[in-house]
Every structure is written in structure tokens, then in C-alpha cells.
Design a protein around this ligand. Structure first.
Ligand SMILES: *Cc1c(COP(=O)(O)O)cnc(C)c1O
Length: 392
């Protein structure tokens, strides 16, 4: 699914940036497709994805979940990527792009720390200095990833404003970028001003490309009936959906974080709670009050705790090409426990929201259901221990 020349998907997208950043964003816009389509670039990225990241990631038939849900559940194992989530697919692609554009320093924002770790990893590999902006609350709840970033040589800069989470980290990164426009801003999801949403979607599209190939060659299945992914900004969903968007028979399911419940005031279910607004350089659905002030989002998972949603996902959901579901903190925790005890896989809390959706859909025994397991749970062990210790 490609945006218009101005970066719009229907009503959503565009590039709303301050004058100071106009030149950077234009430069990226004028170069990214040429560089991404260059055979040398493609070869270099494919080599890294294979031998450094460990792609293709397996498409695993989860027999025990399949029995429980009386259907055929496959897990796309993005949790097995180097650094533990899908974020590295994008980080390596953008680092190579930054190199080709002659950039010499990198900045990034991070929520759960997965994008920060992926970016710090890519920067270590290519010898580039790296600053990662991270909300102070997220620094507390994702300590292992903060330690990783530091060991990788990145500078972690706490964002102290607002809810001290991803939105605030992104604000800080943009503020820094305005003052230092020579830096390359490596955005971690399908958000931000055009061309970032399209750039990141193209780099994550490797997920659905592999799913298609693996279903066909390993399972003789043409297309799945469902592809399910959790949505924070929307990059793992965009990647898992990308090559199926034109296959109308494939149901695409995006699962948002409901937090304590969609209508409790403690939620991050942007598609249900949002209205048209501008956030971080693009026009999309935003959780805001009647004065346009951002409503602080909440989710137990730091990677889904965002008051916006990528413009491509906003359009897919609004046009009903994609089904929107949500899962609460408790549902995600229970889904994480189920996956762990049935399949021996501890998922990231974000990915557990996608697993939780299996409870909410009535499948046929013949259905082929692919769940994108966006990341592994190492970073969330504290949260899991606290929850399960209390015997809830
Ligand atoms: C960052 C992250 C997400 C949410 O980001 P998207 O851009 O919506 O994919 C989901 N799962 C994991 C494991 C993450 O690290």
C-alpha cells in the first residue's frame, strides 16, 4: 500500500514539520526510494538480515494453541531476531540508508527500549555515534534494555515531560533534531512525517514476504485466512500485513492496547478513542481532548503506550480493510502465560496483546491464522514476576 506523492493514505499522513526540518525531510523523501531500490543496497541489507539478524525467522505451527482454539495457529517468530524483536529489520535498513546519504550521527526515540537497542546495535556495527531519547518511566520499567543500549555505546537521554513515555521521548528527539538537523533521525515505527511511514513499512514488509513464501513452500497454503498483529505505532502490523493488503480474502486484525479498559481513562486504544489531529509530523488519529491537547495514553506494555497510530494503519482501519480489536493489560498477561505454558515461548508484553486476540475471534477448524510474534519477553520479566507472584 503506497501513499500519495505527499505521503497521504486517504485522510492520513503528510509531512507537518517545522521550517528547520523541511530540508532534511525533503532530502530523505527525494532519496529513499532510489536508494532502497539500488541493487547494491538490497544485496547489503539482505546479507545483514540473513547472517546478522538470522532471517528468515521461522513460521511455527503452534499445535497446542491450535488445539485450544480449534483452528490452525502459526506464529511468525520475530522474537527470534537478533536483539529480540522486529525493530532490527528497520534499524539496519535505515542505518544503511543514512550511510548512503553521508550522515555521521544517529538519533532515535524508544518506548520499550527495543528500538533503542536495535538502533544502538546498528550504530555499534557501523561505528556511528548514537543518542536515544527515552521516557523516564520507561527507563524504570525496561531496565535491561537501558543497560544494553549503554553497553552498546549509546547515550540514553531521559525525557522528563508529560507521562514520561514514548510520546515524550519522541517530542524530545524532534526537539533535538530541530537544533541539530545534521543528525539522521532513525524513527522506529510507521509514524512521523512522510516519508518515514512508507520507509519503515517497506523495511518491515520482509515479514509478510516471508510469511507468504513459508506458507506456500512449507505448508502448500496460498494465503492465510487471518493475519493478527499488535499495534503501537503500527510497524510490525504494517510489515505483517504489507503483502496481503491486496488479497481481500485475507483478514487483517490489528490489536490495540486497551490498558485497564477502553473507557477507563487508562488506555492506549487510539483507533477507538482518537480523532483526526496532528502528532509527530503526520495527520492521523490522535487521543486528544476537545482543545487538541494530547490525552496521556496508558498500557502495561511500554511499546504500545502511544497516543497516535501510523497513518497507513489509520486508513486500513477506517476503511475497514483491517479489523480493529483490543486487549487489556490483564488479557495480555493471561495470553503471555498461556503461550509460555502451552508452547514454551515467553512473548513480549506487546506481542501478548496479539495472542490475546485469539480468544476474541470465532475461527473455523480449517482457518489458517498467522499471529505475528513481534518480540520476546526477556525485557518484561519483572512485570511478569510481579503479576504472577501476586497469584492473580
Ligand atoms: C516496539 C514494539 C511493538 C510496537 O511497535 P509497532 O511499531 O506497533 O510494531 C510491538 N512489539 C514489540 C516487541 C516491540 O518492541
Amino acid at each position: 500500500m503506497k501513499p500519495t506523492i505527499d505521503g497521504f493514505y486517504g485522510n492520513f499522513g503528510g509531512a507537518f514539520v517545522p521550517e528547520m526540518l523541511h530540508k532534511n525531510v525533503e532530502e530523505l523523501k527525494n532519496n529513499y526510494i532510489t536508494i532502497l531500490s539500488d541493487s547494491e543496497f538490497k544485496k547489503e541489507l539482505a546479507g545483514l538480515l540473513k547472517n546478522y539478524v538470522g532471517r528468515p525467522t521461522p513460521l511455527y505451527k503452534a499445535e497446542n494453541l491450535s488445539r485450544i482454539y480449534k483452528t490452525n495457529v502459526f506464529l511468525k517468530r520475530e522474537d527470534l531476531n537478533h536483539t529480540g524483536a522486529h525493530k532490527i529489520n528497520n534499524a539496519l535498513g535505515q542505518i544503511l540508508l543514512a550511510k548512503k546519504m553521508g550522515k555521521t550521527s544517529i538519533i532515535a526515540e524508544t518506548g520499550a527500549g527495543q528500538h533503542g537497542v536495535a538502533t544502538a546495535t546498528a550504530c555499534a556495527l557501523f561505528g556511528l555515534p548514537c543518542k536515544v531519547f527515552m521516557g523516564e518511566l520507561d527507563i524504570e520499567r525496561q531496565a535491561p534494555n537501558v543497560a544494553r543500549m549503554k553497553m552498546l555505546g549509546a547515550e540514553v537521554i531521559p525525557a522528563l515531560s508529560g507521562s514520561k513515555t514514548l510520546k515524550d521521548a519522541t517530542n524530545e528527539a524532534i526537539r533535538y533534531w530541530i537544533a541539530n538537523p545534521e543528525a539522521y533521525y532513525l524513527i522506529g515505527s510507521v509514524v512521523g512525517p512522510h516519508p518515514y511511514p512508507d520507509l519503515v513499512a517497506r523495511l518491515q514488509a520482509v515479514i509478510s514476504k516471508e510469511i507468504k513464501q513459508q506458507l506456500l513452500t512449507e505448508n502448500s497454503i496460498e494465503n492465510p485466512d487471518y493475519v493478527i498483529a499488535c499495534v503501537g505505532g503500527g510497524s510490525n502490523a504494517a510489515g505483517a500485513f504489507y503483502h496481503f493488503i491486496d488479497n481481500e480474502d485475507v483478514k487483517l486484525v490489528a490489536v490495540e492496547a486497551a490498558g485497564e479498559g477502553v473507557n477507563t481513562g487508562k488506555s492506549a486504544a487510539t483507533f477507538q478513542l482518537g480523532s483526526l489531529g496532528v502528532i509527530h509530523g503526520n495527520q492521523t488519529l490522535v487521543m486528544q481532548n476537545s482543545e487538541g491537547q494530547i490525552i496521556e495514553p496508558y498500557s502495561i506494555s511500554a511499546g504500545l503506550d502511544y497516543p497516535g497510530i501510523g497513518p497507513m494503519l489509520a486508513e486500513l482501519l477506517t476503511s475497514k480493510r483491517c479489523i480493529g480489536l483490543d486487549a487489556t493489560d490483564l488479557e495480555a498477561l493471561e495470553a503471555a502465560k498461556l503461550l509460555t505454558q502451552q508452547e514454551g515461548i515467553i512473548p513480549a508484553l506487546e506481542s501478548a496483546h496479539a495472542i490475546a486476540a485469539l480468544e476474541k475471534i470465532k475461527f473455523k477448524p480449517t482457518d489458517v491464522v498467522v499471529v505475528n510474534l513481534s518480540g520476546r519477553g526477556d525485557k518484561d520479566m519483572d512485570t511478569y514476576m510481579n503479576y504472577f507472584k501476586n497469584g492473580k
